[in-house]
Write a protein that binds this ligand. Structure first.
Ligand SMILES: Cc1cc2nc3c(=O)[nH]c(=O)nc-3n(C[C@H](O)[C@H](O)[C@H](O)COP(=O)(O)O)c2cc1C
Length: 475
């Protein structure tokens, strides 16, 4: 096993990798954040179902495991059963988090550089926190960067507009006091992660949630120090990272998840000039974040609830790899930020074959590779990839086809519904992983997953997944 940093020239999927804070990942494979749908309705701490679920990932050697979004505000949940940072942090409230961190680290007492790093994703759903299941009373407004409702930036058609209005309120613009309280809550979340034995946190600033909203010129129309102008758009993230760094050791990992180039203007469509400007703005943000010298990795994703690209279906290539390659190139030029170690780039979305994984690493499209849906279908992916030829072009496991059923085609063709169906199906699959583990099954693949074309498909279809998701939401 060779050791590399982001600037080394030897590249292998199974190299151990060093973060700027000097912590080591045993390899480049990352199980990225997935909302589990396993906490009590209204949000709460991790429980035995989470422990079983994370044990399935601990059975293989992941470089890093990131939890599903852990909300810093119990009145801004994503889908109702989120893990939440408790109001009061003491040994009792910390205990379930401590247990979760231990599970991710594995029972076999591995030490760095062979130990999986355990990371908590901290999030606030902002204006995308839906009515009722978001944790507020009926029609209470969520808080966000500005009073701009989800769906108001683009023409989603009559049905799309009605759907968005049904789900989301026009948010209240956060006051400076709200922002101060928010910084405190994120910092509390990081303290909880550190004191309960996690190796780091990731700030969720992608997919249109609160922190992404502050970066977006559509969602953020403020005119104060937190506006979306070039000078101010990173102000909140900088405050958060600074406040967190001040209470954790230098070796505590701080990561971020941000959208690639689409978060500035979702209306850009095919306008090449606008797209180029967006990309330059996004790369400018990366350079500024690098200049802080406080961040260890940046996950590149894309999309919002209005345009949920991060949940796209089968793709022939990783979704955001063109942008991530440019980010890696930027970070490999030390003249841009002399004397400051660059964050590593984690690319997530659409990576499905062994050949893709090796190509991404060898062609320096990213330093780390993130998996969500594949990590559900194949929780022991690192073990499988080690035993798969590097040029294997067939998917590691077949994905469910969630769009083809006749019943689904009757639903309104709104992209958020498509993404919701995907999320629901995978949440049900995560629950199956947890209950199978509890029942003593520790399979490499999700039970019932077809391994190759022609194998019998999943018994659970798109509508079945949606139904089970709502049943478990209400139970
Ligand atoms: C069930 C499910 C839950 C998700 N929850 C989160 C989340 O909590 N935080 C987050 O940043 N992304 C979340 N995502 C998005 C994934 O992290 C990832 O960006 C996306 O699925 C694309 O990666 P993939 O093609 O490997 O699945 C979720 C995805 C799924 C399928």
């Amino acid at each position: 096993m060779s050791l590399v940093t982001s600037s080394s020239h030897e590249e292998d999927l199974f190299d151990s990798v060093k973060l700027p804070c000097s912590r080591m990942l045993p390899n480049r494979l990352v199980k990225v954040a997935m909302y589990e749908h396993l906490a009590p309705f209204g949000g709460g701490p991790p429980n035995r179902r989470h422990f079983s679920l994370y044990s399935t990932w601990a059975a293989s050697e992941w470089g890093m495991v990131i939890t599903g979004n852990v909300q810093v505000s119990s009145s801004h949940l994503s889908l109702g059963r989120d893990i939440v940072v408790p109001d009061k942090i003491d040994s009792a409230t910390m205990e379930p988090f401590r247990k979760l961190a231990c599970i991710v680290h594995g029972a076999d007492g591995r030490t760095e550089p062979n130990k999986t790093l355990a990371i908590v994703q901290l999030s606030h759903a902002g204006r995308q926190s839906p009515n009722i299941i978001g944790g507020r009373s009926l029609f209470a407004q969520p808080k966000a960067a500005s009073a701009v409702r989800v769906g108001s930036a683009r023409d989603a058609g009559f049905l799309g507009e009605a759907f968005h209005r049904l789900l989301f309120q026009t948010p209240q613009e956060m006051t400076p006091d709200d922002i101060d309280a928010l910084v405190d809550r994120f910092t509390q979340g990081a303290r909880l992660a550190f004191e309960s034995g996690f190796d780091g946190i990731q700030l969720h600033a992608a997919h249109g949630y609160l922190l992404a909203g502050f970066l977006s010129e559509q969602a953020n129309v403020r005119t104060d120090d937190y506006s979306a102008t070039a000078a101010n758009s990173l102000h909140l993230l900088h405050r958060l990272v600074g406040s967190i760094r001040a209470i954790v050791p230098d070796t505590f990992v701080i990561g971020m998840k941000i959208n690639s180039s689409d978060y500035i203007d979702i209306t850009a469509g095919q306008d090449e000039v606008k797209k180029f400007q967006q990309e330059q703005r996004a790369l400018g943000h990366l350079k500024t974040i690098w200049s802080w010298g406080l961040v260890d990795f940046i996950e590149v994703s894309g999309g919002t609830y209005e345009k949920p690209d991060f949940m796209s279906g089968n793709a022939r290539q990783a979704f955001f790899s063109i942008f991530s390659k440019k980010a890696v190139e930027l970070f490999q030029n030390p003249a841009e930020c002399p004397g400051i170690s660059a964050p590593l780039i984690l690319l997530t979305g659409g990576i499905r074959t062994a050949a893709q994984c090796h190509e991404i690493v060898q062609n320096k499209r990213a330093d780390l590779l993130g998996f969500a849906r594949l990590a559900t279908l194949c929780p022991q992916l690192p073990t499988v990839l080690r035993n798969t030829p590097a040029d294997q072009n067939a998917p590691v496991v077949m994905e469910p086809d969630l769009s083809s059923s006749a019943a689904i085609s009757l639903l309104p063709q709104i992209r958020l519904i498509g993404a919701g169906i995907g999320t629901a199906w995978y949440c049900v699959a995560l629950r199956r992983l947890a209950s199978d583990y509890q029942a003593g099954r520790k399979d490499v693949f999700l039970r019932g997953a077809p391994r190759r074309k022609g194998d019998p498909g999943f018994t659970l279809g798109a509508l079945g997944g949606l139904f089970m998701f709502w049943v478990w939401l209400c139970l």
